[in-house]
Design a protein around this ligand. Sequence first.
Ligand SMILES: Cc1cc2nc3c(=O)[nH]c(=O)nc-3n(C[C@H](O)[C@H](O)[C@H](O)COP(=O)(O)O)c2cc1C
Length: 192
Amino acid sequence: MSNAVVRKLAAPVEINMPLVQALGRRRSSREFSPAPLDEPLLSALLWACAGNNLPDGRRTVPSALDCREVKAYVVDAQGVWRYDPSENTLTQTAVGDKRAATTAGQDFVLTAPVTIVFVQEKALSEPLEGDGGLLCICVDTGCMIEAAQLACAAMGLASVPRAWFDAQTLRQAMGLDENFVPVMTLTVGFPA
Ligand SMILES: Cc1cc2nc3c(=O)[nH]c(=O)nc-3n(C[C@H](O)[C@H](O)[C@H](O)COP(=O)(O)O)c2cc1C
């Protein structure tokens, strides 16, 4: 998208629930309030699952061969946004409400304010070849999902990981070409 809109995110809220409590509360929930997510909560969620915890770009989550090939995108009522952890910004890749494209038929997804899509960038995953490489990409994504769900639990947000979507429909709705592969989604919002 040329001249893409870039949104500077608010600073993240401090997540201060003890890890053991967050682990105890992690759950998949499919009942959401339509209320929008406060930006400091979204910012903290994105940092938890795809953020940098060192200035050299290393992340809160591990990745095979340190490829960092899976990126987080936000789908909300306004559009689709790629998260840049170094700047704490969202860059728009598609305009308009694309939340319906993130599911193949689960209606609660349309109520929830945000779905995060975890997208593999092929250009970054060249070292991850064959079946073993594919497994690594899936595991890397799983690490991001778990970190995101723990952050949601700690911030009192409802969330559910979802693989039930059509990857090509979703990729196109997100304004991405064949070099990008949606791997998983996580639908997030306040509990109903
Ligand atoms: C890889 C994966 C794919 C999933 N896909 C979906 C999905 O498409 N739709 C959905 O409602 N839940 C989905 N889930 C959530 C599971 O149904 C949920 O984790 C499981 O029922 C256990 O519940 P819990 O997470 O509350 O412990 C998925 C979970 C994982 C790990």
